[in-house]
Design a protein around this ligand. Structure first.
Ligand SMILES: Nc1ncnc2c1ncn2[C@@H]1O[C@H](COP(=O)(O)OP(=O)(O)OP(=O)(O)O)[C@@H](O)[C@H]1O
Ligand SMILES: O=P(O)(O)OC[C@H]1O[C@H](OP(=O)(O)OP(=O)(O)O)[C@H](O)[C@@H]1O
Length: 212
């Protein structure tokens, strides 16, 4: 199997775009879209292997070399803080990582005066760094989903979360206050694989580059 190239593809909202992109360069991993509990697929002719993993686990599989390549949102990559090669911005999966707060708070709030604020988020590392760079002390509460609920029930005053259409914020009486980062999906590569499978991986990177 060491001569196979393995790709970690995230299940969830970026699965379809990931499969479609690889298809454009002749790598067919459409089996991943089928309704199955199978997690690993092989194409013996092309010496390719595909695995379907949770979006947040992609950097880990690639870091440990279980996958040579992976697709992951920049948000997940920033939060994971792993030593991975990130050759391509794939441009799909666009959203923004934002600080948000209740609309009533925002009408009298001054972000320049923030200090000792409590923030609920799925992204504690990114949030900590963002506020440390501004010299603002924060108390972080790590959550795993439905972050917008936190200010509604008094868990925190503010949140850091992804915003795409803005509908979730709107329906929960929250507004965007600051942008931490613009997010798109990235191709990531295991650093050792880049050397040991250089020719095949370079060809994939160059091929993908033509289609983004
Ligand atoms: N509206 C959005 N909400 C969340 N993620 C988005 C949105 N739009 C684009 N994305 C991108 O899609 C990626 C995958 O999101 P998805 O919701 O499928 O997984 P997840 O729930 O973040 O991860 P996991 O299932 O591992 O917890 C995100 O990391 C982000 O880069
Ligand atoms: O701006 P919008 O288009 O409304 O999208 C943003 C919402 O989508 C994501 O949540 P997701 O659906 O992944 O659920 P989760 O909060 O449980 O992770 C994200 O965390 C926001 O809550």
């Amino acid at each position: 199997m060491t001569d196979y190239v393995t790709i970690a593809i995230p299940k969830g909202r970026i699965l379809q775009d990931s499969v479609a992109l690889f298809k454009k360069i002749g790598i067919d991993c459409e089996e991943l879209l089928s309704d199955t509990r199978k997690l690993v697929f092989e194409n013996h002719e092309q010496k390719m292997r595909y695995m379907i993993v949770r979006a947040t686990d992609v950097p880990t599989y690639v870091e440990y070399g279980c996958a040579d390549l992976g697709i992951v949102g920049k948000d997940t990559l920033m939060e994971a803080e792993k030593d991975l090669y990130e050759p391509l911005d794939l441009k799909f999966g666009y959203c923004r990582l934002m600080v948000a707060e209740p609309v009533e708070l925002s009408s009298k709030d001054d972000p320049a005066a923030w200090n000792n604020i409590r923030i609920a988020t799925k992204y504690p590392n990114v949030t900590e760094k963002y506020f440390a760079a501004k010299g603002v002390q924060v108390e972080l509460i790590k959550l795993y989903g439905s972050i917008e609920l936190a200010p509604l029930v008094g868990l925190s005053e503010r949140i850091v979360d992804l915003v795409s259409t803005g509908e979730t914020l709107k329906q929960n009486g929250l507004v965007e206050v600051e942008t931490i980062a613009e997010i798109t999906c990235r191709l990531i590569v295991n650093r050792a694989s880049l050397k040991t499978k250089h020719e095949r991986i370079s060809k994939i990177i160059e091929g993908l580059e033509q289609h983004i």
